[in-house]
Design a protein around this ligand. Structure first.
Ligand code: FES
Length: 176
């Protein structure tokens, strides 16, 4: 008497499942991250483009009057009023905030500014105070505060910007 052992794939095929159905089985079994498509979902959109016409607020990526200067492009150079309600949490160690495509972190009282755009597929990274690093929620890449890759799949570093405290700690300047 012949005894046959079937692989999982053969078994499922005998049940009449197509390869597409098999893929769906695989996705359900391994969680969404294995099969999710990449997206440009940004959990922290950087503003609505402003109200226009009022002038004086500067910047191109935010709506807060706390920001003055150029926040995007090659000539990034702006200041943040750290006394303003929109950004005063940055005075607290372990806090972070976004201005346009830049994440600003208070790490132990020192300010660090980097591109918030993950170099893998462009999702927005977030700061983790417990490990003092940045993590991308999309596929799990991690970055050190010097911009270097700590954990793949990202292969390239984040751009780092200069930071300078002014006005007795009440103004932060960020520049390229
Ligand atoms: S977009 Fe893939 S890890 Fe950030």
């Amino acid at each position: 008497m012949e005894q046959t052992q079937l692989s999982r794939g053969q078994f499922l095929r005998q049940l009449g499942l197509s390869s597409g159905a098999l893929m769906a089985f695989y996705c359900m079994g391994t969680g969404l991250t294995a099969c999710s498509s990449s997206g440009s979902d940004d959990p922290t959109p950087s503003g609505t483009g402003g109200t226009g016409g009022t002038g004086g607020t500067g910047g191109t990526g935010g709506t807060s009057s706390a920001i003055k200067g150029t926040t995007s492009g090659t000539g990034i150079d702006f200041t943040i009023d750290l006394t303003h309600a929109d950004y005063n949490k940055l005075k607290t160690n372990g806090e972070f905030n976004y201005v346009a495509n830049i994440i600003i972190v208070n790490s132990g009282g020192a300010y660090v500014a980097l591109s918030k755009v993950c170099t893998h597929e462009g999702s927005t990274v977030a700061y983790r105070s417990a490990t003092n690093d940045l993590k991308c929620p999309n596929h799990g890449s991690e970055f050190n505060l010097d911009g270097s890759v700590k954990l793949s799949p990202a292969a390239n570093s984040l751009t780092v910007y200069k930071t300078e405290i002014q006005n007795s700690g009440n103004t932060l300047r960020v520049s390229a």
